[in-house]
Design a protein around this ligand. Structure first.
Ligand code: PMV
Length: 314
């Protein structure tokens, strides 16, 4: 039996659109930072006597068509027809835009790979994790990673940019809203791709990838934050200009972003980014974290995260 832990990652340059729904190929490359507080533990065990797969998440048996997709892919690639028992515990507030799918599919992929006796490297694992959830390709790695969009299912993979992270960076989660999101990331992307601004957004994303890589290699927290903040704002602007407009933001989201803007104007390094849900994450460092928490704690539970590790056995 193989048991693996994987952590969530936050997108600094967002993946927001698919060029292939079946293989989860993205329309653009993306950059993430794997964090250290939210994670998924998954074990995969081959059951020679079973006639079907068994999946359990947080103590409940589930169907999991995407889990099947990954297990079937691995089963086919090694020619082993045995069924498996998958037990998963998610230590993430699920579906509130906190990317539980990223840690879930990264952990599943590595655990299944080991259970079937494959010895794939992290790049190969990232291609398989991607089939379950695009952002999971980045959670294979610790620290900063990039998911190259590629041209086809074999060259769309993630790789490490910097791990361990050797400078001071923190991400503050404000859990203002733990409700289940109404629009899944896949639905959101499909709608966003109908925006008349989508092509210019893609071009801007390409430029921001290069700028972000430079900012990371320069250890320039302010640049990292500014680019991530602009990138996030334009992703959410796309949603508002889709043919059927929609918005993940709530009143809390807008108020918190306004507070973060004010903090930055006062000379505090604080930058807001939001994924496919209402919750804001603030990029900062240890020097400023307390000042930011003091202002934002009235909005909800606060969690401070540091850069985290890539997938590993537990
Ligand atoms: O990989 P998914 O389907 O969970 O989509 C992730 C979408 C964003 O979190 C908004 C962006 C990203 O790159 O993680």
């Amino acid at each position: 039996m193989a048991k693996v832990r994987a952590y969530t990652n936050i997108a600094l340059i967002k993946y927001w659109g698919k060029s292939d729904l079946n293989w989860n190929l993205p329309t653009s490359s993306s950059i993430g930072l794997t964090l250290d507080r939210f994670y998924t533990d998954t074990s995969v065990e081959i059951d020679q006597f079973s006639k079907k797969d068994f999946f359990q998440l947080n103590g409940q048996q589930i169907e999991g068509p995407k889990i099947s997709k990954i297990i079937n892919f691995i089963r086919n690639s090694c020619g082993n027809k045995n069924f498996v028992k998958v037990i998963s515990e998610n230590h993430v507030p699920t579906s509130a835009g906190l990317a539980s799918s990223a840690s879930a599919f990264a952990a599943l992929t590595k655990a299944a790979n080991q259970a079937f006796g494959l010895e794939l490297d992290n790049r190969e694992l990232s291609k398989i994790a991607r089939i379950g959830s695009g952002s999971a390709s980045r959670s294979i790695f610790g620290g900063f990673s990039i998911w190259h969009k590629g041209q086809n299912k074999d060259d769309s993979f993630a790789e490490s940019i910097l791990d361990p992270v050797d400078f001071d960076i923190r991400v503050i989660d404000i859990l203002a809203d733990k409700r289940v999101k109404k629009i899944s990331s896949s639905q959101g992307m499909q709608l966003a791709q109908t925006s008349p601004n989508y092509d210019s957004w893609l071009k801007k994303n390409d430029r921001q990838i290069d700028e972000m890589l430079k900012a990371i290699s320069d250890h320039d927290l302010e640049k990292i934050g500014l680019i991530a903040e602009t990138n996030s704002a334009s992703m959410h602007e796309l949603n508002r200009t889709a043919k059927v407009p929609f918005d993940y933001f709530t009143e809390n989201t807008r108020e918190i972003i306004a507070e973060v803007d004010q903090l930055y104007k006062k000379g505090i390094l604080a930058f807001a980014t939001v994924d496919a849900g209402p919750n804001v994450k603030v990029i900062t460092n240890s020097e400023y974290q307390e000042k930011i928490i003091n202002v934002l704690k009235e909005y909800g539970e606060i969690l401070v995260q540091k850069p985290g590790r890539g997938v590993a056995n537990v």
